[in-house]
Design a protein around this ligand. Structure first.
Ligand code: BGC
Length: 445
């Protein structure tokens, strides 16, 4: 039994629209870039798509009942832009908004605080046709969309996140081509990152004055540890840190990009108008931190664009190949506080894919590695709180096994098992343990 977490700590679980909803074109929704990507042969493992996913679009009531059973205090989900605005701009699809209205009302009635992410990677395909995040207009498109959603859901939704993991969108979607839109272009990557930041700034500004809740951004961070003490490896760790951990937070908190970026991109680094970052440096009410692993890195010119190659460590790794390193969560939370000051933080994602056993009947699925992962990371979070970090909540990734992007359904992150053939949900041991942790406000960590 450890020390309890602060009173009112938000114990939650997280999901994202394209990963769980299914029915991507129902009730007047438009196509998203992820729908298009998944339907392009060869891009997603096994040809999997989000067409059905967890069928949450139709089973959402049962899923809220599951959340109650687990005792969640909060639920983080994302809104599908192309459900709400099929063309991305102008026309509003009320039936799409109604889905989220009902969800938010039901969560509220169940005493579960809704946290909504405006953009968790699924861009309306109609906007992708117009250049997507490479188009400077994307900041205005996003602010307009955000305004529509704020008007419909603010008040019920108490915590807003503008973007989920802009670094992954740009590194995966524009540099390495493994996520939508599947581009491999060093010249595009910093432009997409820049426009995502401008979009974030525009949405936060539009929230100010009307908004009743809090608004922030969700970034994924990983401490970068040099593999050796050599100057080369330490420089690689600094570049890796600038690229992944500071590229988005430095502009938001300091109004400038990390000085390492232009050198890293070379001729692909564009001359951005200085004034752009004035509109990005707008205060956020919180930062959401997604933490999965750390990276031990060495100088490796082939590991583009940051030249920081990951060195595989001894010890336990998840099915994603990610090293299990709970101390890194403590380090990450402290790092954000030390760099950017006393901004409220949430762990908006933390969790692990492991190969779970097949369920036998209705019996709980035993997932001891995930249970240990949860406990150890929560203990690290508690240490961060004890050392003065203003951590307000923790969201396990994920409530349900779901569509793990380019990996399709092959990686299971849920604390609830989903049988994708029947849509049957079965609690895993991690969900039962999490319930005890929540009931004791962290005493049972
Ligand atoms: C994303 C999730 C994803 C998870 C596990 C995060 O990068 O926000 O959508 O499923 O990590 O890979």
């Amino acid at each position: 039994m450890g020390e309890p977490f602060p009173p009112g700590f938000l114990w939650g679980a997280a999901t994202a629209a394209y990963q769980i909803e299914g029915s991507p074109l129902a009730d007047g929704a438009g196509e998203s870039n992820w729908h298009r990507f998944a339907h392009t042969p060869g891009l997603v493992k096994g040809g999997d798509t989000g067409d059905v996913a967890c069928d949450h679009y139709r089973r959402w009531k049962d899923d809220v009942a599951l959340m109650r059973e687990i005792g969640l205090k909060a639920y983080r989900f994302s809104i599908s832009w192309s459900r709400v605005m099929p063309e991305g701009v102008r026309l509003v699809n009320e039936r799409g908004l109604d889905f989220y209205r009902r969800l938010v009302d039901t969560l509220d009635a169940a005493g579960i605080v809704p946290m909504a992410t405006l953009f968790h990677w699924d861009l309306p395909a109609a906007l992708e046709n117009r250049g997507g995040w490479l188009n400077r207009d994307s900041a205005n498109w996003f602010a307009d969309y955000a305004g529509v959603v704020f008007e419909a859901l603010d008040g019920g939704v108490r915590l807003w996140a503008t973007l989920n993991e802009p670094w992954v969108i740009t590194d995966g979607g524009y540099y390495h081509g493994i996520l939508a839109p599947g581009h491999r272009n060093a010249f595009e990557t910093p432009i997409a990152a820049h426009n995502l930041l401008r979009a974030h700034g525009a949405a936060v500004s539009s929230y100010r004055g009307h908004g009743r809740g809090a608004i922030g951004i969700v970034v994924n961070l990983a401490p970068k540890h040099p593999a050796t003490d050599s100057d080369e490896d330490r420089a690689a760790a600094r570049r890796g840190d600038a690229y992944m951990n500071r590229q988005f937070l430095d502009p938001i908190f300091r109004g400038r990009y990390p000085s390492e970026l232009p050198g890293m991109y070379g001729e692909a680094w564009p001359a951005f108008p200085d004034s752009d970052l004035d509109a990005v440096r707008v205060s956020v009410d919180f930062v959401g931190v997604n933490y999965y692993t750390r990276n031990v890195v060495r100088h490796d010119a082939k590991a583009r664009p940051d030249g920081a190659g990951v060195v595989r460590q001894q010890g336990l790794h998840t099915e994603m190949g990610w090293e299990v390193h709970p101390d890194g969560l403590y380090e990450t939370l402290c790092m954000v506080r030390d760099r950017y000051g006393a901004v409220p933080l949430y762990v908006t994602e933390n969790g692990a894919a492991f190969a779970d056993p097949e369920p036998t009947g209705d019996e709980i699925v035993e997932d001891p590695l995930r249970v240990a992962y949860l406990r150890d990371h929560l203990a690290a979070a508690r240490r961060a709180i004890a050392s003065g970090v203003d951590l307000r909540g923790y969201f396990v990734w994920s409530l349900l096994d779901n569509f793990e992007w380019a990996h399709g359904y092959s990686k299971r992150f849920g604390i609830v098992r989903v049988d994708f053939a029947t849509q049957k949900r079965t609690l895993k041991r991690s969900a039962a343990v999490y319930r005890e942790i929540i009931e004791s406000n962290g005493g049972a960590v």
